[in-house]
Design a protein around this ligand. Structure first.
Ligand SMILES: *Cc1c(COP(=O)(O)O)cnc(C)c1O
Length: 433
């Protein structure tokens, strides 16, 4: 039906110009449609659960600007607060009371956080937290997991050997081997591999960093006991446990995955939602560790625009809306309906598929294997995902352009939006092979 009328000629024109102006035509690689084929659509505006491209097509949006839009795009209360704030100026480069307000909200919400430092992105939060892990423990090595993304800083751009815990090799040219030599990797959900790394590197590992629910290899949930086990083995070895909750913070629950699973890490990274659509990241945790950060302590980390009033305002208003009664019950209900519905339709239409869903995060994998780590995720039929993605786009549904990205819902998604998405999924999945 919609597929017949679908046109995106303006998007194509703008994007072909963009390719001469910016590498790949984008400001961040995930926005290009490299892994699904075809060209991206160029957005004109967003509101609630929807995005409109410059050709006027409307999409039900499950990317939500990669996570921040959990209360819906351009929420009227957020926009109104931003307008008021704008009149007072956009950046102070001096303390402002809004920083205290957002800091108090974050400390009250996230179990592990007693003190917080604001930065401008998730990448900045993760690279700073790593420096802090090293500063506090006096050790250089760090353990990360295959398929987990912690921003684009050198020491996190590491590809692990095929399923075997191994020494880090750089994932990108320009990353020195000497930097990633300190990055040890293990398969997600594999506690034994982590224990082995500690045994092989006594008194050298500063800590473990992970996505407590993986969103950057599709949606992958931790096996029962995995997070507890990591905390135990880290502390037994004098190392720190760090949750990168840039994606899961305020999404899995108001207090993040650590609230959901009842496991308190030593340090936590935040981003995305706490900026409410403006650039914000944060790291925080135990006070004795955070007091090492300059100017309270010797570990240097700074930022010209960090804690600017506009970004703080969007964060404060977004958290305020999220903290209202019933938010997370609603998110869980609609996301479950969507994820279960999609999977059932995939099976009915004869496709091998499995899925994961937790709170406002979901993913469907075109494989018959239950996905517990990146190795499992790599068994997916990515060519089929490409066709599915294109079909959904033409039916007015905007999914992340990669099999290896989680989907996100917002409180703005209605039951009608979910029903329309499932109708589109049935049409597309009936057509593709
Ligand atoms: C998005 C993300 C980052 C990086 O955040 P940016 O704001 O894009 O720099 C880091 N960690 C996780 C888990 C993320 O999802």
């Amino acid at each position: 039906m919609v597929a017949q009328a679908y046109k995106n000629t303006k998007s194509q024109e703008i994007f072909s110009q963009a390719k001469n102006l910016m590498p790949g035509g984008v400001s961040s690689p995930v926005r290009a449609f490299k892994s699904v084929g075809g060209e991206p659509v160029v957005f004109d505006r967003v509101n609630g659960a929807y995005a409109w491209d410059i050709d006027g097509n409307r999409y039900i949006d499950y990317v939500g600007t990669w996570g921040p839009a959990i209360v819906g795009h351009a929420h009227p209360e957020v926009i109104e607060a931003l307008h008021k704030c704008l009149d007072k100026g956009t950046s102070f480069g001096a303390p402002c009371v809004l920083e205290n307000q957002l800091a108090e909200m974050v400390i009250a919400a996230v179990p592990s956080i007693e003190m917080v430092r604001f930065v401008n992105s998730g990448t900045e939060a993760c690279m700073s937290v790593l420096r802090l892990m090293r500063a506090f423990t006096g050790r250089d090595k760090v353990i990360k997991f295959e398929g987990c993304y912690h921003g684009h800083a050198d020491m996190f751009l590491v590809k692990a050997g095929s399923g075997v815990a191994t020494l880090g090799l750089p994932d990108s040219p320009g990353v020195p081997k000497s930097t990633t030599a300190s990055t040890l990797t293990a398969p997600y959900n594999d506690l034994e591999a982590v224990k082995k790394l500690f045994a092989e590197n006594p008194d050298q590992i500063s800590g473990i960093i992970l996505e407590p629910v993986v969103g950057n290899a599709g949606c992958i949930v931790p096996k029962p006991g995995f997070l507890e086990g990591l905390k135990e083995v880290a502390h037994a070895n004098g190392a720190l446990l760090v949750f990168d909750e840039v994606m899961t913070g305020f999404r899995i629950a108001y207090g993040g995955a650590q609230e959901k699973f009842g496991i308190t890490p030593d340090l936590t990274c935040l981003g995305k939602i706490i900026g409410g659509g403006l650039p914000v990241g944060a790291y925080g945790g135990r006070k004795d560790i955070m007091e090492m950060v300059a100017p309270a302590g010797p570990m240097y980390q700074a930022g010209t625009l960090s804690g600017n009033p506009l970004a703080m305002t969007a964060g404060i208003k977004t958290l305020e809306i999220l903290n209202r009664p019933g938010t997370y019950e609603q998110l869980d209900r609609i996301t479950k309906k969507l994820a279960d519905g999609m999977l059932a339709i995939a099976h009915e239409t004869g496709h091998a598929a499995t899925g994961n869903q937790i709170s406002a995060m979901f993913g469907m994998f075109f494989t018959d294997r239950q996905v517990y780590n990146y190795e499992d995720a790599k068994t997916c039929d990515t060519a089929k995902f490409g066709k599915f993605h294109r079909g959904m786009l033409e039916h007015g549904v905007y999914l992340a352009p990669s099999q290896f990205e989680a989907g996100f819902t917002a409180i703005a998604h209605s039951d009608e939006d979910i029903a329309a998405t499932l109708t589109a999924a049935r049409a597309v999945l009936s057509e593709i092979k």
